[in-house]
Design a protein around this ligand. Structure first.
Ligand SMILES: [Fe+2]
Ligand SMILES: [Fe+2]
Length: 416
């Protein structure tokens, strides 16, 4: 018996008739065209995803990022609404048609989609839910797409996108595009919030450190906090941008941390300091600088801290810089530091009245302090007192209201 072989020639296919061949070619061409259209749509959505995420990555404010993300998300999907359900609320998005076409408020929409929202929140998958008939009717047949938005330190947000019933339903490519935009966008948003959170934590740490320093000196309670606050006020009056204001406030809060290295017997000495004791006190700006230098994120405040006792005429310390060579941030801190020292009670004298402190600042302007910054401070502080008397009364409650004591101000001006 001869074994069966597999290498027998293929059975020739039946020849196609011309009209059959035409039919097949037409079908293939149509399929190609559909694929081409789908490819083009995918490409357009990909460009949009890229454009949206690139745009929001340039924004700084989390609220702006969220609004911009949702607005563009709705536009990309051709949705009549985009609402974010998170933190127990359902917020509509400014600039989008919200749920107005459905005559529904966000709370009602949230109630209607409660189960579907919960499912998306736990699966973190973007879905086109199948709705119960009663819900579909109340939504007037609108198409619904629910997307998951990752959120920093809170439960996943759910973005509800709605399309009118007269528009095409959401399909798989809408779902994929939605997932990409919300995935990337949510991570950008989370990163910004995380940076904010770290900044806040760092600021609280800085405050705690400054308070620890003030606690060491019995007579300078709240000094660092006030210097930080006043420095920001002057920075605002000088028209500095927000980032500079933050740096100024931090430099003000931290300017005296080096006093941690000055013995308490000197800080709290009831009488005047000897020359040797004052030399010891004068080490504190450089000590502050050395304490803060290893913290990379505090680099911008270093020059404010190091030079806050430099005088306009070059007679200050630790380096003897003069005029504009002294960094502006240090010139601002110098003025408000002196004001706060003059108006606070010290171990060797009672605090001066505001009028007396102004008088001393005016006399020393151009010699000890920068004249422009001094003028700016005097104007800004007067305006603050006039416009916010309650805040002033609380923040500067310690300032003496009665007549000034003996005019011994020299040590306060020199950084004690
Ligand atoms: Fe100070
Ligand atoms: Fe100081």
């Amino acid at each position: 018996m001869t074994p069966a072989t597999n290498n027998s020639p293929p059975t020739p296919q039946a020849e196609l008739r011309p009209e059959q061949l035409f039919e097949r070619l037409t079908a293939a061409a149509e399929e190609n065209e559909a694929l081409g259209r789908e490819l083009l749509r995918c490409y357009e959505q990909l460009s949009l995803v890229f454009e949206i995420t690139e745009h929001i990555a340039t924004l700084q404010d989390p609220q702006n990022i969220q609004q911009s993300l949702l607005r563009r998300y709705a536009t990309m999907l051709g949705a009549s609404a985009a609402l974010l359900d998170h933190d127990g609320r359902c917020d509509s998005v400014e600039g989008v048609d919200a749920v107005a076409p459905l005559a529904l408020d966000p709370t009602r929409l949230r109630e209607l989609l409660r189960d579907e929202i919960a499912a998306v929140r736990s699966s973190r998958r973007t879905t086109v839910p199948t709705l119960p008939a009663s819900v579909a009717t109340e939504l007037d047949g609108a198409h619904v797409l629910l997307g998951a938005l990752p959120q920093f330190q809170s439960e996943t947000g759910v973005v509800i996108a709605l399309r009118r019933s007269s528009d095409p339903p959401f399909d798989s490519s809408d779902r994929l595009a939605a997932e990409s935009v919300l995935g990337y966008g949510g991570h950008i948003l989370s990163n910004v919030l995380m940076v904010r959170h770290l900044q806040q934590t760092a600021l609280e740490t800085v405050r705690a450190l400054a308070n620890a320093i003030d606690a060491k000196d019995n007579y300078t309670h709240g000094h660092s906090e006030r210097v930080g606050w006043l420095a920001r006020m002057v920075g605002q009056a000088l028209g500095m941008p927000n980032r500079q204001l933050q740096i100024l406030e931090w430099a003000g809060l931290l300017h005296d941390v080096g006093k941690i290295g000055v013995p308490e017997r000197i800080l709290n000495k009831p009488g005047r300091l000897t020359t040797e004791e004052f030399d010891e006190m004068k080490r504190h700006p450089r000590l502050s600088y050395e304490v803060l230098r290893p913290v990379a994120s505090l680099a911008p405040v270093l020059e404010g801290v190091l030079y806050h006792h430099e005088n306009h005429d070059g007679s200050g310390y630790p380096t003897g810089l003069a005029g504009d060579a002294i960094p502006l941030i240090a010139r601002v801190i110098h003025v408000v530091d002196i004001f706060d020292a003059l108006t606070s009670s010290r171990s060797y004298r009672k605090g001066f009245t505001i009028a007396k402190a102004y008088e001393i600042l005016r006399t020393d302007s151009g010699r000890v302090t920068d004249p422009l910054v001094t003028d700016c401070f005097l104007t800004a502080f007067e305006r603050y007192r006039a416009e916010r008397p309650a805040d002033f009364a609380e923040r500067f409650a310690h300032i003496a209201a009665e007549a000034d004591p003996v005019p011994d101000d020299e040590e306060a001006r020199r950084g004690r």
